[in-house]
Design a binder for this molecule. Structure first.
Ligand code: 5AD
Ligand code: SF4
Length: 458
């Protein structure tokens, strides 16, 4: 029997890539096992966005070393695979397959070569391919959310970022194939869809039929779909019709993740972000002028080469101006192959740490004020986790806020329930159930039962 174990690191794109890889392996006659000790093939889907993520990979690869000699085969997938390529074989000679995400469509062939005993198989397409990794055999392991990649790769080349080198050039799927997948997802019981892309709003329909905003509307109108999310948006390609369509189609979630990276136009220029502070704030103004209360979140890098105190201050004033509901702050981390690696990493680590702490503290204050607007309100929540040790169930609002609440019954994962907000914390809301839950369809429950067989044993 052919068995495999897969471990995934990194972003939602990676999580969803793994769902597609698992689907491909199952179709090729493999079975998934919850314990690496029982697996003939161990796959590791990696992330290299920042230095720490990459170090984790090599740490795990070293642990694999102990399992050599048990007849196991090892595969390294994802961004570290693409970035390090053949060097992985030198560092970890027990690895037989190294493949970046833009070559996954060749996985069946690579698996056949692995089974035939080859030990140095590479899939390193880099920026060569125009093809996307579409498969009808996606194993949907997220219990309540169906992911759909609508655009792969990135053509933006921000000066600090590895993604354009690890995930290849931008290539979009036709809107017809996205909609067909949305319908399949709905039939299998999911009510929430998340459209994925490194720059999801740079989507360019190869059939020329729909703009990104029109695709959002069409997915939002698929029968049975109640929530549509999309991530990540790039400010450069953020057009007004995206705000209009969120206003017009109620199933589109009232949340936009629009990473600014820095509030200083000088730093944005050095980052090659292709917009200024003013350009970004104009898009924020459109979003705030919407009829719906659209929640805004962002990614921010502190300590980019040359970032002065004044530049950093510009980032803090931008936080105050926008009033984000959440940010993900990162210390700049020099990455191989990127243009910024040639700039002097001028900001000392202790200043980066200090700036990150100031940023996060300021953001906490903003959220404390922001979240107060929800106090006493009742909002529909989708249940994501069963009760914790304190009896609190966890779910999410359409704005993507975490809501912990009490409820007399235990609603199923994927069900919807109205919750009245009674308390606010800087990063979450607390409340109590204000309605009976609307249970998910039998199809979704059957899918969850299938997945639980693995997670229970893990
Ligand atoms: N250093 C620090 N943060 C980075 N990001 C991407 N590359 C780097 C880097 N070299 C952050 C950006 C991006 C998020 C996914 O990761 O903020 O939006
Ligand atoms: Fe990286 Fe910039 Fe592309 Fe985002 S847009 S993936 S930060 S290069």
């Amino acid at each position: 029997m052919k068995t495999f174990y897969i471990e995934t690191f990194g972003c939602q794109m990676n999580a969803h890539d793994s769902e597609k890889v698992v689907g491909t392996l199952l179709r090729e006659g493999y079975s998934q096992v919850p314990d690496e000790a029982d697996a003939g093939l161990i796959l590791y889907n990696t992330c290299s966005i920042r230095d720490k993520a990459e170090q984790k990979v090599f740490h795990r690869l070293n642990e694999y070393k102990k399992m050599q000699g048990e007849g196991k085969k090892f595969a390294v997938l994802g961004c570290v695979a693409q970035q390090e390529g053949n060097k992985i074989f030198e560092r970890a000679p027990y690895v037989s397959l190294v493949a970046g995400s833009s070559s996954y469509r060749n996985l069946p062939d690579m698996l056949a070569r692995l089974e035939a005993g080859e030990t140095r198989i590479t899939g390193l397409d880099d920026r060569q391919t125009d093809e996307t990794f579409d498969t009808e055999f996606t194993a949907r392991t997220n219990p309540h959310r169906g992911y759909i990649t609508i655009i792969e790769g990135c053509d933006k080349f921000c000066s600090y970022c590895v993604v354009p080198y690890t995930r290849g050039k931008e290539r979009s799927r036709t809107s017809a194939s996205v909609l067909a997948e949305a319908q399949r997802i709905s039939h299998s019981g999911f009510t929430e869809i998340q459209l994925l892309g490194q720059n999801v709003n740079s989507y360019a329909d190869p059939s020329g039929k729909r703009t990104f905003a029109e695709l959002l509307a069409a997915v939002g109108e698929v029968q049975g779909i109640q929530r549509v999310r999309f991530t990540t948006s790039h400010p450069r390609d953020f057009t007004r019709d995206i705000v209009d369509v969120i206003d017009a189609v109620p199933t589109l979630c009232d949340h936009v993740h629009l990473p600014v990276q820095s509030g200083s136009t000088d730093v944005l220029r050095a980052m090659q972000r292709e917009y200024t502070r003013e350009w970004y704030l104009e898009r924020i103004a459109w979003t705030k002028a919407a009829k719906r209360d659209i929640s805004l979140t962002s990614d921010i890098i502190v300590g980019f080469p040359g970032e002065t105190d004044r530049d950093f201050e510009d980032t803090i004033t931008l936080l105050d101006h926008v009033g984000y509901d959440a940010i993900y702050g990162f210390k700049y981390s020099p990455r191989p192959n990127t243009p910024a690696i040639h700039m002097h990493d001028s900001i000392p680590e202790e200043i980066k740490i200090e700036r990150l702490a100031i940023l996060n503290a300021r953001q906490r204050e903003i959220q404390r004020t922001n979240y107060a607007r929800h106090l006493g309100h009742t909002m529909p929540i989708m249940v994501e986790h069963g009760a914790n040790s304190r009896g609190q169930i966890t779910g999410r609002s359409t704005q993507n806020k975490t809501v912990n609440f009490t409820c007399e019954t235990t609603p199923a994962i994927g069900s919807y329930i109205d919750v009245r907000i009674t308390q606010i914390f800087p990063s979450s809301l607390v409340g109590e159930a204000a309605s009976a839950s609307v249970a998910p369809s039998p199809a979704l429950l059957a899918q969850q039962a299938l997945n639980a067989r693995f997670s229970a044993a893990q």
